[in-house]
Unconditional design. Sequence first.
Length: 370
Amino acid sequence: MKATIERATLLKGLSHVQSVVERRNTIPILSNVLIEAGESSIRLMATDLDLQIDETIAAAIDQPGAITVSAHTLFDIARKLPDGAQVQLSAAEGRLTIVAGRARFNLSTLPRDDFPVIAEGELPTQFELPATTLKAIIDKTRFAISTEETRYYLNGIFLHVADDNGKPVLKAAATDGHRLARMTVERPEGADKMPDVIVPRKCVAELRKLLDEVDGSVGVSLSGSKIRFDLGQAILTSKLIDGTFPYYSRVIPTANDKLLKLDPKSFMAGVDRVSTIATEKTRAVKMALDRDKITLSVTSPENGAAAEEVPGEYTALPFEIGFNSRYLLDILGQIDSDLCEVHLSDAAAPTLIRENDASPALYVLMPMRV
């Protein structure tokens, strides 16, 4: 294999693929990136056996061929090469030689035939989603993905199709048992027969990074066990979580009769200020609701107490409720408008938070005892 490639092009491609590679690997080949030189481009591929990224970049090819080499080492070399450098890659006799200007590196390689590939081929359900829609789905839900490995079926975003009042929709939901985030978008053409799937957290994180560089639409194809995102130059393929996502609709309250309207930004600032004295153990912030007045307070045995009055529209009976301040801040941070609705019932029941009843995103937060 012999190829010449511009340093910025190589670096950009490697930055995408190397982040899939785990730092510690018991299987040596999984630390490597596959470099496959075709007729006029180079294909870079990395995998952790659950997630695979495949990127095609432009290059001048003198001799086609394929080799695998340490992903992180090659990325670090490309990062430290001077801007605008032309990088020559040549592989022979189990070594990869990298030459750029006066710098020369000689890296050990492993054969291409040992490199594992997540089975490629057609996946039955195929549709397209605008990159902006996919970004919104991820941004509005991923903060609620559980990190508890024991409840592995909550370690991703649940995608399923449904009918909302006769309107075909695609819904994305994530929950960790304390809070729930759900986003609803128009169902894309071709998605009507799709199976319910749980997209793993790592795939969601890698996809979100790649979406920043995509302007148009993203091709999505999936089966009951795999999902693939075609982002133009890059293709991301992931195994899906093999589990059953809980029937989350049951926890979305429909009869919460106490309505609080507030400006999420000023409310967030108030919660953030009073929770300064909260510790890891006492993350609870208490909300005392009275007519058009909310008093936020935090009491910490180690640090003392804090209270602040924040504005809000509230006309129901006075009562008190507590929330985990970090969870509350996470949800409020997703709301872009100047006004949001908080639908409350009592101090022990789930609370519904959304911009308004037409908003595509809604959030449910479980209260805490304070």
